[in-house]
Design a protein around this ligand. Structure first.
Ligand code: HAM
Length: 441
């Protein structure tokens, strides 16, 4: 038998209280935004049939699967993304649901990637998806929700940018350059790597898809153009014009929402996953120092491919890893780990039963209450109250308790006063009613 320290796996996180507080802060913000946009929360199993991913997600993600055969001989995989599960579940229920359907989820996902800054082997993702709507207003709505999920955490247009494109537009461009449809997926995959790898290695990938050097140059050039210039250069092509018009409508809705500063067109953005069919977008930090925070788009064929239901869909996944890095870099991480409203201090153990009863009454009212878990001098109890960051202390002395009162000290101002124990519990009840705090999960 070997002995000694056992470490966690590379790319997997321990959430110590500080990290967990940030995780909860992020999830709470996501849940508030989900609710404000009328989305309801769901979840699925973390382990799925392998085929759910091999059918439609594309090479890159399939290469990163945690896949194995279970004891019943089934080929299974830990979920690397939520969209296939979402499509499977939605296809099973869609017939009975009024459209459009808006669901969100915060799953933990697993990808066997090389652990590096912003990329781990597990991460959490906010997934927001809409099913049953083809109108560009739905595309604008989902992008706005993504922006708001970040604004809710204190990020603004100076911190983040949404890059938006449309696969139909790029497909029309590929058609215009004479690249056959059967090569489009391979070319999308190559374009997706353009920014990470640079033009030269991508030329090789394009050549493998039958795109010669000259056409690769024309493609690179076109992909750099703003939408209006792209239209001017390749206008007249009907599918290209239609896709561009759709995209312009999305931009105009986002403009009307007040989010023009957050978004920009970028034809180089096609997304790595295979199932996207229309609008695609990613959210990046404005300084371009980190990896993508969020990615999504329209996938109008996936529900049919995975569940036999013909319904358009669109959505995004927003990861917690890069987001947490960005929040740290911008000083947007809340410092408060826990809130302590009351610290109860006993002068002697004779007051213990009264203290315990009082603590229960205050906790029943929703107040956050602490006290020492062993008999100690008053000075040390005050020190502990200070360390815990208590807002006030409640001191129980034998003489005061005999009169039915306690001594209340505001730890901020140092002001002290006596108050009847009964009044204290009643006051707490009234305070809780007034505050009616927002649910924190
Ligand atoms: P994705 O682009 O693969 O999309 O992932 C979305 C986000 O999840 C990324 O922008 C990134 O922040 C985060 N992420 C992905 N992989 C990792 C990793 N290994 N470590 C840390 N963070 C990571 C999807 O997953 C799509 N299913 C999103 C979607 C939903 N599309 C439509 N609906």
């Amino acid at each position: 038998m070997s002995s000694g320290e056992i470490r966690g796996l590379p790319g997997f996180r321990d959430f110590f209280p500080e990290e967990f507080a940030l995780r909860r802060h992020i999830f709470s913000a996501w849940r508030r935004v989900g609710a404000r946009y009328g989305f309801t929360e769901y979840d699925g199993p973390p382990l799925e049939p392998l085929e759910l991913y091999t059918r439609k997600s594309g090479e890159e993600i399939v290469g990163q699967l945690y896949a194995f055969e279970d004891k019943g001989g089934r080929d299974v995989a830990l979920r690397p993304e939520m969209t296939p599960t979402f499509a499977r579940m939605m296809a099973a229920r869609a017939a009975g649901l009024p459209k459009p359907v808006r669901w969100f989820s915060i799953p933990q996902l697993f990808r066997y990637e090389r652990p590096q800054r912003g990329r781990l082997r597990e991460h959490f993702q906010l997934n927001m998806d809409i099913v049953g709507e083809t109108d560009p207003l739905a595309d604008a709505e989902i992008i706005a929700a993504g922006i708001d999920a970040l604004r809710e955490l204190g990020l603004g247009a100076a911190d983040i940018v949404v890059r938006v494109s449309d696969r139909r537009l790029v497909a029309a461009l590929l058609d215009a350059l004479g690249i056959p449809v059967r090569e489009h997926l391979a070319v999308f995959a190559a374009i997706d790597r353009l920014e990470r790898e640079g033009e030269d290695p991508i030329r090789g990938r394009l050549a493998a898809a039958g795109v010669d050097g000259k056409r690769a140059d024309r493609l690179f050039e076109a992909l750099r153009l703003p939408l209006a210039d792209l239209m001017a250069a390749h206008g007249g092509e009907r599918p290209l014009e239609e896709a561009a018009a759709g995209l312009q409508t999305v931009f105009s809705y986002l403009d009307a929402t007040g989010f023009a500063d957050f978004v920009r067109f970028d034809a180089r953005l096609v997304r790595g996953l295979a199932y996207y069919t229309g609008t695609v977008f990613e959210i990046w930090d404005r300084r371009d120092e980190l990896r993508a925070i969020c990615g999504g788009g329209r996938y109008d064929d996936l529900l049919r491919a995975l569940g036999g239901v013909n319904l358009p869909a669109l959505g995004f996944g927003m990861g917690d890893v890069v987001l947490a890095e960005l929040l740290r870099a911008r000083g947007l991480v809340p410092s408060e780990l826990r809130r302590v409203d009351d610290y109860i201090i006993c002068v002697s153990e004779d007051e213990r039963p009264t203290a315990l009863r009082l603590a229960r009454a205050l906790r029943d009212q929703g107040r956050h209450v602490l006290y020492d878990l062993r008999a100690r001098g008053v000075g040390r109890q005050f020190k502990a109250a200070n360390q815990a960051g208590a807002a006030r202390t409640i001191v129980l002395g034998p003489e005061e308790v005999g009169r039915g009162v306690v001594s209340l000290r505001d730890m901020g101002s140092g002001a002290e006063r006596e108050i009847a124990i009964e009044a204290l519990t009643r006051a707490a009840a009234a305070e809780v009613e007034r505050a009616s705090p927002e649910s924190s999960e």
